[in-house]
Ligand binder design. Structure first.
Ligand code: PLP
Length: 410
């Protein structure tokens, strides 16, 4: 796989003005990309242009600005359709992000098609946003919730998964990539098996979409969720892909404007897809910004970006491995560029604070995956998560920074 040259990385970095600043008197090293990624100038320009020229409410318009806003809004839906390779734009529902998308599936599909005693399967590798919505549903309906355990090296236990499938779950929900440790799950195979077992599948793509191309038809999943802010777009916007037949059969979740075709004081007729699930004024500028982020990504050689990120991961992993007392969670190579680790005798939060004093941003804590941290028997970890705009110099700064921190702490 070809990677990026130093010149290409330098040029890419110029697209991200936020990277060019000092934090605590040192040039910023931003290694918290799994929490949220930075935005290229193209996204900032799209937001500015939208609010400067086109801002208006969508779909209601008898005037030019409203028509322009609507055109941009619906063109963005086509951009997201192509980004996920969904069959049609009717299958793309705007949400605030991955969390809201999964809650939509739980509360609309789940509450309608699951009943007391039905089995739903999640995993111990999931983010809280793919755990708690199903726990809420369990409280509401009395469904049974089981999870696929994680192996000591940070993979999903596929034998345990096969055993759970034999019990005939109605739903299987899991992440394509783990945010806390970077593990890339064998999603297509897991979906195929779930389908054979008669389950519908919900894929959390929050950490996959920033790193590699996704194809919901090739994956053959029923639902797919992702967040704009993780793919270099704005916060407050994301999307749910759903197979048309399933979306058609689901009742609306939120009620209000836009999601109706007709309302009387006696009742309402829901709107067509995908608007049936889009109550209220949507995040129009954010939608436009997300489309700009996807256009930006589409203009890159994504395989080269990924290869570059993986080179950085290898360099950082090799460096951390040499630190006495270092423990890497999921020290394997089926990963995206996320390095999660602890160092004996130190607390992750202290490492994070002391790195920040050197201008290095990492995340520490449980990463919204408390069950996974319980599995590893740790309170949390230090997580360095890379994007394509990170450099070998960033990795050197991280490793030198860690040495300084350890001299201070140990
Ligand atoms: N799933 C995974 C794997 C994530 O990493 C995240 C965010 O960190 C989420 C879901 C939730 O995404 P959001 O907060 O954008 O809804």
């Amino acid at each position: 796989m070809s990677t990026l040259t130093v010149e290409q990385i330098t040029a890419l970095r110029q697209d991200f003005p936020i990277l060019d600043q000092e934090v605590n008197g040192k040039p910023l090293v931003y290694l918290d990309n799994a929490a949220t990624s930075q935005k290229p100038q193209a996204v900032l320009d799209a937001l500015q242009a939208y609010y400067t020229r086109d801002n208006s409410n969508v779909h209601r318009g008898a005037h030019t600005l409203s028509n322009r806003a609507t055109e941009r809004f619906e063109a963005a839906r086509e951009t997201v359709r192509a980004f996920l390779n969904a069959r049609e734009t009717a299958e793309i529902v705007w949400t605030r992000g991955t969390t809201e998308a999964i809650n939509l599936v739980a509360q609309s599909w789940g509450r309608t098609f699951l009943k007391r005693g039905d089995l739903a399967v999640i995993t111990a590798l999931d983010h809280h946003s793919n755990i708690v919505p199903w726990q809420i549903l369990r409280e509401q309906l009395g469904i049974e919730l089981a999870h696929v355990p994680v192996t000591p090296d940070g993979h999903l236990d596929q034998d345990a998964y096969d055993q759970l499938l034999k019990r005939g779950p109605k739903l299987v929900a899991f992440n394509q990539v783990s945010n806390a440790i970077g593990t890339r799950n064998p999603a297509a195979e897991m979906i195929r098996k779930a389908r054979e077992a008669g389950a519908i599948t919900v894929l959390d793509g929050a950490q996959a979409t920033p790193h590699f191309r996704v194809d919901v038809q090739a994956l053959d999943c029923d639902f797919y969720a992702f967040s704009g802010h993780k793919v270099f777009g704005p916060t407050g916007i994301g999307a749910l892909y759903g197979r048309r037949e399933l979306l058609e059969a689901m009742p609306p979740w939120h009620g209000g404007g836009e999601m109706i075709e007709h309302v009387t004081l006696e009742g309402f007729i829901p709107n067509a897809l995908p608007f049936k699930f889009e109550a209220g004024t949507p995040a129009i500028a954010q939608v436009v910004g997300l489309a700009a982020a996807i256009d930006y990504l589409n203009a890159q050689d994504r395989q080269a970006l990924e290869a570059h990120e993986l080179n950085l991961l290898k360099m950082a992993t090799d460096g951390v491995r040499e630190i006495p007392g270092a423990r890497i969670l999921a020290d394997h190579t089926d990963k995206v560029a996320v390095l999660s680790f602890l160092i004996e005798g130190t607390h992750p939060a202290d490492i994070g604070t002391l790195l920040d004093q050197q201008g290095i941003a990492v995340r520490t804590g449980h990463h919204c995956t408390m069950p996974l941290m319980q599995h590893f028997g740790v309170p949390g970890s230090v997580r360095a998560s890379f994007a394509f705009y990170n450099t070998e110099e960033d990795v050197r700064r991280l490793l030198e920074g860690l040495k300084k921190v350890l001299r201070f702490l140990l």
